[in-house]
Each structure stands twice: as C-alpha cells, then as structure tokens.
Ligand binder design. Structure first.
Ligand code: 7TS
Length: 407
C-alpha cells in the first residue's frame, strides 16, 4: 500500500500554513516540493565537502567529484540508460532542448528538412525550433490536437514523411495532462529515418520512463519537477548520436586539449558540460532519484491515477467548470486545467490562495494550445506523490466559494 501520509511527512514545507490554513500545494507541474533527504544532501555538500569537481587532487574535490558523478550513475539507472556517458547535466529541460537544437540541429539539418512538433508543446519545445528554422531555413510542422485533448494521430501520419528529420514531442502535456503514445511515435519516426526527442519534463517525475523500452533518441527533463532542486536538468541521448554531435558551449571542462589555434573535445558526457557545473544541484538530483526509486515509480503513477480519477469525478460536480484534456485517468497525468464560467483565472487563483490553496493561473507557457481552445488563460491544479484526496476535496469546496464570490 502506498502511504501518502508517510510520504508527506518527509516534506518539511507541509508543516506551514498559508493565510492561516494548512498549505494545499496544487502546483507541482510548475515545480515540486522537496523532501528533507534532498535538502540535506545539498546542505551536506556545502557544510562538509564544498569543492570544485574534476580538478583538485585533494580530498574535498575527490569527494565532490565522486558525489557529482555518482548522481549521474543513479540518474542513468533511473531512466534505464545504457551508460552514464549518455546523461548530460543541463540547467533544465529548456536548456536540454536548446542543446539539441543548436548542437545537433545546426550540424545535421539543411534547408528543406523538417522538424515535427505538436500543438500541445510547452514554449520550450516550440521556440528553439523556430529560432533554428530562421537560422537554417527548415520547415516546422505541427501535429494538431483533438477537441478532447489527444494528439491527432491521423494528422501525425500525414505530416511525418522523409523530409522530417526530427520529431520533438512532449511525453505528458503540462496543461491537458495527456500522456502521448511515445513508443508508437518513436517507431513511426524511425520508419521515415527521423530521430525522436521526448520532452520528459512532466513524464519523468510522474511515471516510469525507460529510454530503451521507448526506443527514443533524446530525452529532456528538469530536476525541480521531480523532488530535486532548480538549476539542474538532464539531456539523455543515444551515445552514438551524442558522439557525432559538435559541442554546444565552449569553455573549461569540455576540452581535451586547447592551443591558440584549435581545440579538441573531452569525451562524453563532459563534451557538453562547459564550465563549473551545478554541483550541489546535481547531488540534490541524485538524492531525488534515490527518493523516487525508494517509492517506486509504478507506485507513484498508481497513486496519481487514483487521485486523478477522484478529481475528475469531483470536479465534474462544480457548476460551469470546463475541464481541458482527456477524461480517462489512464491517459492523463494529474493535471487539471479549467475555466470557471466567465471568472478570470487569476481571480480564481486569488480566491483559492486565501484558502491556502496554491494553483497556477495563466497560459502555462503553452499559448498556442490556449489559442487552439479559444481561451486566454486557465486555472490549473496539479497533483503529485504527496497529494491527498482531502486536498482535492479542499479544492472543490473552495471552487464553490469562488462561485459564491463572483455569482
Ligand atoms: N516542457 C514541459 C512539458 C513543461 O511542463 C515545462 C515546464 C518545460 C518543458 C520547461 O521546463 P523548465 O524546467 O526548463 O522550465 N512547465 C511549467 C509549467 O507548466 N509551469 O511552470 C513551468
């Protein structure tokens, strides 16, 4: 049995009150809360062995390097990478996608080639490709979404031809919650000779993700959405593809040898890690991965299916609430984006905050998706491994209050 209260007890933030009420944190899609183990792992680095990595032959530097590289090993195992050489530390998902756009895209794409994205992407999986398009004159193709929040797979089949060199697609939508059939799309991409990049910002924290089983080429994700700190993320890539790619940024740590005329590159993964990295943050992400592994990602997902099913039911009772995305909890992560009659999303969020409930209001960095559904903003409540049924009840009760205030 998954004991959500035992899990919650490991997150110090849940001891605090907001506006005199216990905190109901329903904004984990933006960033998750952090368990004590992660905070302590980072504290310990700064308190006991703060030092730069890969440099000094002294005890502290050796300890820091071992912890930094040990975290990489555990992250590799967490996503079932063949080797930790395939795990590149970045700042976040955004930087991981930009790394592929700049390093792989500029070296491999030529005018007339196409990149295929979807209408449900976060801006971080749209804008880098637009910048690349304007640089290299590639075509950017977009798979539409259906009224009920799924990818239009027939359109995908039509748009995916030999000109497409990369499919870059979110695994789980941060607005609709839709979980996309990545394995099937990977097969289709490979059948036309394209690579596939998966934006795992929402999937890696919430469900088991196995890069070999999915048979994908790149995976991008962020530490801060999976119980880890901000400032650290990952680009995973297939080793032979990363080997063939030029570096992203130049500087210290990413070189083998430098003369004033030219330089050669370090081996993977350091070729893509220029400069002093986010050491404490990488160690914190390692602790987050340990924490998630100890819970078991299948259990995390199962808890979220149950919370999502419960919330779908409960929210359907709220008058004038329009929910976006799939209604089947097995096709959806714990993300509920909705509008409430004509009440502005910011007003909904402000009333909820008075009740101690944290939700997000706005376009959620998915403006094209808002346009698709004809809204400027939605309110979004999102769940994670510490969310309880009682918190969903609090949300529903507070939404009734919003109705009263604005009636
Ligand atoms: N991709 C998806 C699917 C996301 O949900 C996010 C962040 C990103 C990429 C970018 O992640 P970052 O860590 O590089 O910023 N999503 C959200 C959100 O929904 N609200 O705040 C951030």
């Amino acid at each position: 049995m998954y004991d959500v209260n035992a899990v919650r007890a490991q997150f110090p933030v849940f001891q605090r009150k907001v506006n005199g009420k216990p905190l109901v944190y329903l904004d984990s899609t933006a960033t998750s809360q952090k368990p004590l183990a992660v905070i302590e792992a980072m504290d310990e680095f700064y308190l006991r062995y703060n030092s730069n990595v890969h440099r000094g032959i002294h005890t502290l530097s050796e300890e820091a390097t071992a912890a930094y590289e040990g975290a990489r090993e555990r992250i590799a195992r967490f996503i079932n990478a063949r080797s930790s050489r395939e795990v590149i530390y970045t700042r976040n998902t955004t930087e991981a996608i930009n790394l592929v756009a700049y390093a792989w895209g500029r070296a491999n794409l030529k005018p007339g080639d196409a990149v295929l994205i979807t209408e449900m992407e976060h801006h971080s999986n749209i804008v880098p490709w637009q910048i690349l398009r304007d640089l290299v004159d590639i075509e950017l193709r977009v798979v539409p979404v259906t009224d009920d929040g799924y990818l239009d797979m027939e359109a995908l089949d039509r748009l995916l031809d030999e000109r497409v060199k990369l499919v870059s697609i979110t695994h789980m939508s941060n607005v609709l919650g839709t979980i996309n059939p990545v394995e099937e799309i990977a097969r289709k991409a490979h059948a036309v000779g394209a690579l596939i990049l998966v934006d795992g910002a929402q999937s890696v924290p919430h469900l088991p993700v196995d890069v070999q089983a999915l048979d994908i080429d790149f995976l991008a994700f962020s530490g801060h959405k999976m119980c880890g700190p901000t400032g650290i993320g990952v680009l995973w890539g297939r080793e032979e593809i990363l080997e063939a790619m030029p570096p992203f940024m130049g500087g210290g740590d990413m070189i083998r040898r430098v003369t004033l005329e030219r330089s050669t590159w370090a081996d993977l993964p350091h070729k893509f890690e220029a400069g002093t990295p986010a050491i404490a943050e990488a160690i914190g992400l390692g602790a987050a991965v340990d924490f998630l592994s100890s819970l078991g990602m299948a259990n995390v997902r199962q808890h979220e299916i149950e919370i999502t099913a419960y919330a779908l039911e409960a929210l359907s009772e709220v008058p004038r609430l329009r929910l976006f995305g799939p209604r089947n909890p097995h096709h959806k992560g714990g993300v509920m984006a909705f509008t409430l009659g004509a009440v502005h999303a910011h007003d909904v969020a402000a009333v909820l905050d008075r009740e101690g409930i944290a939700v997000r209001a706005g376009h959620h960095c998915a403006q094209p998706l808002m346009q698709r559904y004809g809204v400027v903003a939605t309110t979004r409540a999102s769940f994670y491994l510490y969310t309880t049924f009682e918190e969903v009840d609090c949300l529903v009760e507070a939404l009734h209050k919003v109705e009263e205030v604005f009636a």
